[in-house]
Design a protein around this ligand. Structure first.
Ligand SMILES: C[S@@+](CC[C@H](N)C(=O)[O-])C[C@H]1O[C@@H](n2cnc3c(N)ncnc32)[C@H](O)[C@@H]1O
Length: 435
């Protein structure tokens, strides 16, 4: 645990959602916090339900923990992409919070998530320079300094802002694993090697392959022997090295056509490696746009799905979420996002056959983006993002849930009407699918 702590006014109070998009400082003993949150769901939630929750992320966590079984097996991955607090104008939500509130908002969510995590879980928090350094101090406090795994730099754009002092083109994603990086490493997945680098230079019926030197460091007696190349040249291992395997193993590999002699059969032997024999790659901490997409790629994807809407201002590309989910989870694991936005996390988790729960507070964002996007994913009518990589043709399902805030004003009549419409349309569609 850290003996250094970031402090801010009201840190000892609780910050709870109030009304449509506000927050209120409250004392932990405040009587209003004693009343249970009202959880409304499209159907009874099962332990393996995917859930789109409408409401404040902290309220949603509290309500689902106490009133549903969905966190029973624990959360394997938390990815959160909160408002960065840049004080910029964003059309779909406010990005202008006072700093003590923003810090408490983050700390309370991380603290609420901690007891729900599996042993091999990781928590990825996506931010920019506005609050990332303060958030790292908070994450050290909540998870312990020893839980820090990496800060990933994601290249979010490839265009230059020529008016700025620096043209910032990256975000930072802080990665923490409460079990610590050494233990977490044993359960995380390596990146798969790009199959494009494999070739089939000898028309091997087993498919394309990569190659590696057939040597190993050091002198091992059983691995010092002569090899005759197809051109008749007799060679021994290079100085200070041995062949990669003993002579009988070499003969077996040769008979199995697993040895490749470059330079038209005159070069030193190399070992052929097929895709299933290649060890994956340990992820770098710098993720380029060509591998993980940009904000603009994400916007283009949304525009292709919803040409009639103004585009969501801050979506993340599916390729970015794909990499995060691939590294940190396996099929069937639960992925949680408390700041749903346009629904990227749910869409990608669904296509990758993970379980998911996302929360989004802005009802209009749910109606305009998340629900219709997930409908496209389920119907197999979203060919963009990672659909092709996962041969996604549709399927699966999810439930919707609603948690009203305890504090502040209730919804306006038009919001109540929109909520009723969303639940009704959802039920009608589900009934038609099961009919
Ligand atoms: C940066 S966006 C997330 C973008 C998302 N990752 C995507 O790819 O589209 C942040 C989202 O969090 C939502 N939000 C803000 N405060 C929230 C809260 N307390 N609970 C739930 N959602 C919240 C905003 O309405 C906004 O849609």
């Amino acid at each position: 645990m850290s003996n250094v702590e970031l402090i801010w006014p009201n840190k000892d109070l609780s910050l709870r959602a109030s009304g449509k998009c506000g927050y209120e400082w409250v004392n932990a003993t405040d009587i209003r916090l004693r009343s249970p949150l009202v959880l409304e769901t499209s159907s009874r939630l099962a332990p393996n339900s995917n859930v789109l929750a409408i409401g404040d992320g902290l309220d949603v966590l509290e309500a689902l923990t106490s009133q549903s079984p969905i966190f029973g097996e624990g959360i394997r991955l938390v990815y959160i992409d909160p408002p960065f607090n840049t004080h910029a104008d964003v059309r779909q939500y406010s990005d202008k919070m006072n700093r003590p509130m923003w810090l408490s908002m983050m700390r309370e969510r991380l603290m609420a998530l901690l007891p729900l995590l599996t042993e091999n879980a990781s928590v990825w928090v996506h931010l920019d320079d506005a609050e990332v350094h303060r958030t790292r101090a908070i994450m050290d406090e909540v998870f312990g300094e020893g839980a820090f795994v990496a800060s990933v730099i994601w290249q979010k754009k490839t265009t230059r802002d020529s008016r700025a002092a620096f043209s910032t083109n990256h975000d930072t994603i802080l990665v923490y694993a409460p079990s610590g990086p050494k233990r977490w490493k044993t359960s995380r997945n390596l990146l798969t090697k790009d199959a494009e680098h494999l070739t089939n230079r000898d028309d091997d019926p087993r498919g394309p392959w990569s190659d590696a030197p057939f040597t190993a460091p050091g002198i091992r007696k059983a691995q010092q022997y002569e090899i005759t190349t197809p051109t008749g040249r007799v060679i021994r291992p290079p100085r200070g090295r041995s062949w990669y395997a003993t002579e009988p193993t070499y003969q077996n590999l040769l008979a199995d056509e697993r040895i490749w002699f470059p330079k038209d059969g005159d070069g030193s032997p190399r070992l052929k490696l097929f895709s299933h024999q290649l060890r994956g790659l340990v992820p770098f901490t710098v993720w380029g746009a060509s591998d993980t997409g940009t904000n603009d790629d994400a916007k283009r994807h949304l525009l292709s799905l919803f040409p009639e809407h103004e585009v969501f201002d801050t979506p993340k590309p599916e390729l970015l979420l794909e990499r995060i989910i691939h590294i940190s989870t396996n099929p069937g694991d639960l992925v949680v996002d408390l700041f749903g936005g346009s629904g990227t996390t749910a869409a990608v988790a669904h296509k990758m056959r993970r379980r998911w729960m996302i929360a989004e507070r802005n009802l209009q964002t749910v109606a305009n983006f998340i629900l219709p996007r997930l409908r496209h994913v389920l119907d197999g009518t979203d060919p963009g993002g990672v659909s092709e990589i996962y041969s996604w043709v549709g399927g699966g399902n999810f439930e919707i849930a609603r948690v009203a805030p305890r504090l502040g004003n209730l919804e306006t009549d038009s919001e109540v009407a929109l909520l009723e419409t969303l639940f009704r349309d959802f039920a009608v569609r589900k009934a038609s699918l099961t009919a």
